[in-house]
Design a protein around this ligand. Structure first.
Ligand code: GLN
Length: 547
């Protein structure tokens, strides 16, 4: 087999330039040419993984099939490429040092002084190559988090410099993502910050091969020439990355700028066919030309920071396209919702999603939301804590247990309808100890869930410590809330739903983690479809009234 090609993506000037989207877009273009591609991210922070980070710090924590708690960029990789990632796709400084220190304690360094170079950099490089070594990929793209010049990025940049010598020039390529600011007062695009950031890379011994330049304005030829001259790259390796209407446009924008062709030529890969982007374009066509529009309320406690719910937002985009419907999200902070204002806040939405989360803050607002949706036939979708809220609400207002609660919120409650899982009772460490990753679920026929999935055996990803308390299951089922999805091995309730309601479904797992452009998630597709159908009915009623 030909050797694996390694592409490294670094960033300069500022953070938040969208390295993950650029990496995913390039990977998409290479995949569309028949190459097998994966992407990994190296994060320079000291946490072992983002699992213990507050969403305000780091946005959503993305969970992979194998139960790794990872950076949200892995979500973009999966959504763009329709592949599964794993723990190997996301390493942090913390994990690298942890591995090195564990080896040192085992005596693996044979009496040597353990140092950043070579021991930490060797460990980083092991991480660079581990996916390539599986033999499954033609191309491995590695995104280096943070900015060139940050103290904490230094060992990663040094490892990239060394990797060039391990791999050889035709198998190694560096793309530097940078910003070309537009100064309104001067009416000019400025190249200086990019020149400086490339200089910093050069000081670290790395000459970038390709510059991808984020800009609000198109890059004129003279600016491209200047960047090429000062940054020591070929003029056709200066790639413009304009702000896009949707992230899903970026692969096409990169194609227009011939980023994929530059990469193929530098890596000496054949460039015989055009990338096959037909299905991607089909998705974009539907996304941009919706026949309908609906508003869905998203109730959560991190609503000021949409990145905390990244995968949910993207899942709505995928499901909207399938339904040829633009889904507008109305962000509602659960702390602001009370029994007095809930009708007004949810009065004109087509459906409501209650988001995952932890802790008591905002819980009562979520429960008021569920109550309103249940009583008023408003399509409802609860995810993880959102599902647990639906269970608590049903106990309080239908089963007649006003003190019912989750043991997470009230460990002494007399009716712990949501309780700590048996295997969680002795857990002391918080990092990586939840019920994480993919588990099987058996779906009952004749249910909403079955209608959505069209099959009885599914597998979904989890991230929680608490579960539906099966002691109460009979009482729930008698009163009309059904467990329509069950883990076949241990009987844990995975999905609950209510019958006489257009759409009332809660999932203990996280469907949003498996929705991709090419395979939108069936539960999101059904929820959007049903919300649309119900809102069209309402519209019809309104017009009839007007006539
Ligand atoms: N806090 C709940 C639990 O741990 C729900 C978790 C979630 O929404 N991801 O079970």
């Amino acid at each position: 087999m030909a050797s694996v090609k390694y592409i490294f993506v670094t960033g300069g000037v500022t953070s938040s330039l969208g390295k993950g989207i650029i990496a995913a877009s390039l990977a998409k273009l290479l995949q569309a040419r028949g190459l097998s591609v994966t992407i990994q991210k190296f994060d320079p922070y000291i946490n072992i993984d983002p699992g213990t980070l507050n969403p305000y710090e780091h946005g959503e924590c993305y969970v992979t099939e194998d139960g790794a708690e990872t950076d949200l960029d892995l979500g973009h990789y999966e959504r763009f490429l329709n592949i599964s990632t794993s723990q190997a796709n996301n390493l942090t400084t913390g994990r690298i040092y942890h591995n090195v220190i564990t080896k040192e304690r085992r005596g693996a360094y044979l009496g040597k002084t353990v140092q950043v170079i070579p021991h930490i950099t060797d460990e980083i490089k092991n991480g660079f190559y581990q996916l390539g070594d599986t033999g499954k990929y033609d191309v491995v793209i590695t995104e280096i988090g943070g900015c060139v010049g940050d103290i904490e990025s230094l060992p990663f940049i040094e490892a990239v410099r060394q990797a060039r010598w391990d791999l050889g020039p035709n198998n190694f390529l560096v793309i530097h993502l940078t910003l070309i600011p537009y100064l309104k007062a001067a009416g000019e695009l400025k190249t200086k910050p990019t020149q400086h950031s490339v200089k910093q890379l050069l000081e670290a011994g790395i000459q970038p091969d390709i510059l991808v330049c984020r800009s609000e304005m198109p890059l004129p030829q003279d600016i491209r020439k200047k960047l090429a001259l000062f940054c020591n790259v070929n003029i056709n390796s200066v790639i413009e990355a304009l702000d896009a209407g949707t992230i899903y446009d970026v692969p096409l924008l990169m194609r227009k700028e011939k980023l994929d062709e530059r990469v193929l030529s530098k890596l000496k890969l054949p460039n015989k066919t055009e990338p096959d982007l037909e299905s991607w374009k089909g998705f974009l066509g539907k996304l941009k030309n919706p026949l309908h529009e609906i508003t869905i309320a998203l109730v959560g406690k991190y609503t000021e920071l949409p990145d905390a719910y990244k995968s949910i937002v993207e899942s709505f985009i995928h499901a909207g396209a399938v339904n040829e419907c633009s889904v507008k999200l109305k962000w509602l902070s659960s702390e602001q919702i009370t029994s007095d204002n809930v009708a007004q806040l949810l009065g004109n939405v087509a459906g409501v999603l209650v988001a995952p989360g932890f802790g008591e803050r905002g819980l009562e607002g979520k429960i008021q939301t569920v109550k309103f949706a249940r009583e008023n036939g408003l399509p409802f979708f609860g995810i993880c804590l959102g599902m647990q809220c639906a269970v608590i609400e049903f106990a309080r207002n239908v089963l007649g247990y006003p003190e019912a609660n989750s043991a997470e919120m009230d460990p002494k409650t007399v009716h712990p309808v949501i309780d700590l899982m048996e295997e969680q009772k002795h857990v002391k460490d918080m990092g990586g100890t939840m019920r994480l990753g993919a588990y099987d679920c058996q779906i009952k026929k004749g249910t909403l869930a079955y209608k959505a999935y069209g099959k009885t055996k599914i597998s979904e990803r989890h991230r929680h410590r608490y579960e539906f308390n099966n002691q109460y299951l009979e009482a729930y089922e008698k009163a009309g809330m059904q467990a329509s999805g069950i883990n076949p091995e241990n009987g844990l309730v995975e999905i609950i739903e209510i019958k006489d309601h257009p759409f009332f479904l809660g999932a203990q797992f996280h469907p949003e983690l498996k929705s991709t452009v090419m395979t939108p998630h069936p539960l999101f597709v059904s929820f959007v479809g049903m919300s649309l159908q119900e809102s069209l009915k309402e519209e019809k009623k309104d017009t009839q009234k007007a006539i």
